[in-house]
Design a protein around this ligand. Structure first.
Ligand code: KG4
Ligand code: ZN
Length: 335
């Protein structure tokens, strides 16, 4: 069988990233430039600033990814890119770079969905066996995705309001933490003890949907009220209580989905998949379901990167997906 080398571009938010992935399972090179520092003083991503950084970085990273891999464009099988969702101006840089390189080197162009990338990163751990279920948790998404077969995606649960990562970032902002706050809150949660009663939404709802805005508001109100009364809130303990609520909801809904859909593999993916509390609770829940192959995306590949896009590009390529020269970024692309 022939070897496939995919060059992949990711630029949907605040990381510019280019990777070369071999046969969909092996990272040959990965070059990422983060812009977090440029956005932190604004408390979130500034779209115009993001686009400018992507433009400055994208060709430098593509050259570096190729030379790191000790390959030339003639060795590549295809050029892949995140088409959406994300910031339109940011996506456009990756899409334009990918189109230009594919056209110039006469290579197929393969557009993929950002979330398919997050999930496909599980293939770097071990091959995903189908049917599979993924808990896709990031700053923009909180979804339970059923995959009856490779390259078949069915959303069985979704958030009705905030994404899990978004709730971390908003709670963190109220505590005065820097954006993005997920990692810091996770560390604080491990130092504290659960001491505040916080709501867990839709727990008795037999669907798989999530809601995190009530929890976020409860935490923010608790802090404001304490502030007015001159009371001191222990931020570590509040972080512990908040994380316990998020994790309990995510794990309960996931367990219910696993009991109703007999799958071979279970994947946790997206930036929030780096969360220690979530990984530990999922590991414990999966220990009671030994027939399921648990594939947590490695912590280093949980956040946005082009290697995960390369893994998704390999899958999409094998299933015949191609983009033409009129391919455009789609900020609202969904499964
Ligand atoms: O997947 P990602 O890098 O970008 C999106 O596609 O959204 O996810 C970023 C999100 C942010 O909201 C960030 O706060 C959150 O992932 N995050 C975490 C942790 N590390 C990153 N949330 C909770 N615990 C963590 N350890
Ligand atoms: Zn992402």
């Amino acid at each position: 069988t022939e070897t496939r080398y995919m060059m992949a571009f990711e630029s949907s938010a605040d990381e510019t990233s280019v990777a070369i992935v071999k046969n969909g399972v092996e990272i040959i090179s990965l070059e990422t430039a983060t812009q977090i520092k440029s956005h932190q003083r604004f408390g979130g991503i500034v779209p115009e600033v993001a686009s400018r950084h992507h433009i400055e970085q994208v060709t430098i990273l593509a050259d570096a990814a190729l030379s790191d891999a000790q390959l030339s464009y003639e060795d590549l099988t295809a050029i892949g890119v995140t088409q959406g969702p994300g910031l339109v101006g940011a996506l456009l840089i990756g899409v334009t770079a990918a189109k230009t390189i594919a056209w110039a080197h006469n290579l197929p162009l393969v557009p993929v969905l950002h979330m398919a990338g997050h999930i496909s990163a599980a293939n770097f751990v071990a091959p995903i066996q189908y049917p599979a279920l993924a808990l896709m948790v990031s700053g923009g998404h909180t979804e339970l995705v059923l995959m009856p077969k490779e390259y078949e995606y069915i959303i069985i649960g979704d958030t009705r309001d905030d994404a899990a990562g978004e709730s971390y970032d908003k709670v963190g902002r109220t505590m005065g933490l820097q954006y993005p706050a997920g990692k810091t809150l996770d560390e604080m949660a491990h130092r504290g003890i659960p001491s505040y009663n916080l709501p867990r939404a839709l727990m008795n709802d037999d669907a798989y949907d999530f809601s995190f805005s009530g929890l976020k508001s409860a935490v923010i109100n608790l802090m404001h009220n304490a502030d007015q009364r001159g009371e001191i809130i222990n931020h570590d303990n509040l972080a512990t209580s908040f994380q316990a609520a998020v994790v309990e909801v995510l794990v309960t809904k996931t367990a219910r989905a696993l009991d109703n859909y007999p799958v071979k593999s279970f994947i946790v993916a997206g930036g929030v998949a780096a969360n220690r509390g979530l990984r530990d609770a999922l590991t414990e829940m999966l220990a009671k379901r030994p027939q399921i192959n648990f594939l947590p995306v490695p912590i280093k590949l949980a956040g946005d990167n082009a290697a995960m896009i390369g893994a998704a590009v390999d899958i999409a390529y094998r299933h015949g997906k191609r983009g033409d020269w009129a391919l455009n970024a789609n900020p609202a692309l969904e499964f």
